[in-house]
Write a protein that binds this ligand. Sequence first.
Ligand SMILES: [Zn+2]
Length: 461
Amino acid sequence: VNRGLCELLIAGLLLAVPWMPVTAAEPADSVLQRLLREGLSSTYAHTLLTRLTAEAGLRLSGSPGSQKAITLTQHMMRECGLTSVRVESLMVPCWVRGPVEDAVLVDARGRRGDRLNVCALGGSIATPKEGITGEIVEVRSFEELRALGGEPRGKIVLFNRPMDPSWLNTGTAYGGAVDQRSTGAVEAARAGAVAALVRSVTLALDDVPHTGATHYADSIPPIPIAAVSTRGAEALHAMILQGKKPRLRLRLSCQTLPDVPGANVLGELCGTEKPDEVIVVGGHLDSWDKGKGAHDDGAGCMQAIEALRLLKEIGVKPKRTIRAVMFMNEENGSRGGRAYAEAPGRRTERHIAAIESDGGGFTPRGLGVQGDSTLLRRVLRWQPLFDALGAGTIRSGHGGVDISPIIEHGAAGFGLVVDQHRYFDYHHSANDTIDKVHPRELEMGAVVEALLCYLLANEGI
Ligand SMILES: [Zn+2]
């Protein structure tokens, strides 16, 4: 019998018996094919994400939505047949937006003109009730702001440097603009400004403001800071170019409340041979309080649960424990990732690897490997398998914010690399909703993660 015919017969047998349990002898390629068929036939990750976004909704740390998500994801894990489903509690910050946030142009006599679409940045202090009114001073960088000397005193600084669209990697473009959002309030206050506005960190030109974390420095008194939509930022820029001196009244009612209890959620497929050796796969359960956190990062959380469900569904009994973790508080504190790494339960475990999906539920392209060159070389032996899933771009890269502490403790780090062109259109905004997530694209991320978990659990690294 020729070899080709033999392979054809085996393939036929595998097709006919999709529930066949994985034995030690089954080649990884065959596991891959069964994961792929199971995933694409059910697209269950999308079903889970629909539930998360509908039933829990907004999930900013400490919010009622985040509490619902902690309960709901435990239900989901149990329904999917995961074991040792549990929470690990931690204290999380509690920032609330409040009912008032608006920005209105006012003339010298105080008459109101056009409104701009703004939203408070996460962590911002409020304005006084009557708002803060000031002339807009536009800058594109902190250097430009410093060069103005005392000019911004008593005014509102607008940071208006766009994301650079010429980068292929939109994450790089984001990294090149996000300093305005994260530390703009400190820089503006240092220059004497009374408030700050930041052009939304997105490539989209639209009317939707994008929030995100902002920070203050102990040595500089805090000032309120908000994001303005990219069209709003362009409109202010055009007015300034025409020699007008736009004045704005900004009102924000946000505040930081005392810390409240939160939790990470864990569920597993227990290892048959080395149960104390763990592969973690996860995302962050908290989201910003705009949109529904569908891509950021409901997608990553649901993919982790789905990856374990897929493995269980096709009968995989992993040699090492595979654990799905929903990390709390990535967006405004990263406390969940640290709490996980430091939890008492970790002392008796050895973490082989940690995998995170936090780039949105888009088509997976490959893996970012966080570790030394030896690790990368070892992972590259699996490249043909990931290539068969369209995710063969394996390179050195960042694992993820939540898994960073466990990587520091010695785990090999993996970040799911996805098609990124649309991510920042939705990121941290009211546009981040379930209708922007494609079931097959989302599911493929779960299939890639399931395959990686399988390989790490059974072959080690
Ligand atoms: Zn995220």
